[in-house]
Design a protein around this ligand. Sequence first.
Ligand code: AMP
Length: 367
Amino acid sequence: MANPRVGIIGAGQLGRMMALAGYPLCVDCHFLDTARDAPGGQVGPIRVAALDDADALRALASEVDVLTFDIENVPIEGLEQVAGQVPVYPQPQVLAAAQDRLAEKRLFRELGIPTAAFVPVDDESDLDRAAETLGWPVVLKRQRLGYDGRGQRVAEDSASLARGWRELEEVPAIAEQWVNFERELSLIAVRGAGGATLFYPLSENVHGDGQLVSTVAPYQDEDLTRTAERWLDKLMRRYGYRGVLTVEFFHTDEGLLANEFAPRVHNSGHWTIEGAETSQFENHLRAILGWPLGETAPRGHAAMVNVLGELPDRARVLAMRGVHFHDYGKQARPKRKLGHCTIVDTDRDRLLGRLAPLRATIGASNR
Ligand code: AMP
């Protein structure tokens, strides 16, 4: 019997880790990306073309059983066209909602999932109204193509809001109320054929300059977990979802506010490779191939630290007891995600004690 084949649009580190999770199961991953040296292309065959190149998409679709993606900025029209040729999971409609911050926030509201207050901004005259409605500071975000804190500005007054709007090139945006959160949490779910759904535990995330720096999981809070699970379930049912889905939350003294969702595997779930019974990457493959899902239970407590901008001394990191180092094979560039490290421990306090020197070692090289 031929090996199952999965086409992945985008060959970043997420695609690479999906392909690596596929190896033991004999799942062959084939990539489409604009760069030949992309991380996924180092572990599986890659076709180099624009992500909306109709011929390249058709050719990729013709050689696989199912198509998925590892980035959100995949043009929807191309995906919809090949969806007639081969199943595309997660479904292009849900990707379309995730690509547009206004559609995303409206979807959350429609499903009864609380968010920060927001005001759409289409032209400069909307800025004053936004500030009046939301109060200061205001977080201005591009509606489309923003990620990892890019495409957003925090404004303290009218002058800085107007400046932020110009810096974001006066494209459609949303203004959000500043949220004084206690912590940031995310929940990752996987939904398979027939609607089987499993959840990983909540993860606690620390960001710097809008970018994920580290994650510790599980964040144990029964009530928050049940609430967040109910919301993700609603969101996934809405689309008959297949695959892994992540929602990022702010935890405030009034409960959870949804910030954004990603219809894909997520950086805050990298700890699941060593820290859960089945990794988010393997479960994404299982879900889109229509296979039974794997257990999502954690194997104790896990911490993940991102390697940003510059690789640390490899020997030094590998000399740290129990540290798992993942190098994505990327060229160094300021703030670029180049890899991550994970530690797992049966005891949370001991894990946090071990995390400090790891953070210091990695943090010293993060640029
Ligand atoms: P985002 O691109 O929306 O995920 O934002 C990146 C990070 O910026 C978040 O993880 C938060 O740390 C911070 N952030 C975004 N929106 C807000 C907000 N409305 N209030 C406070 N911090 C925010």
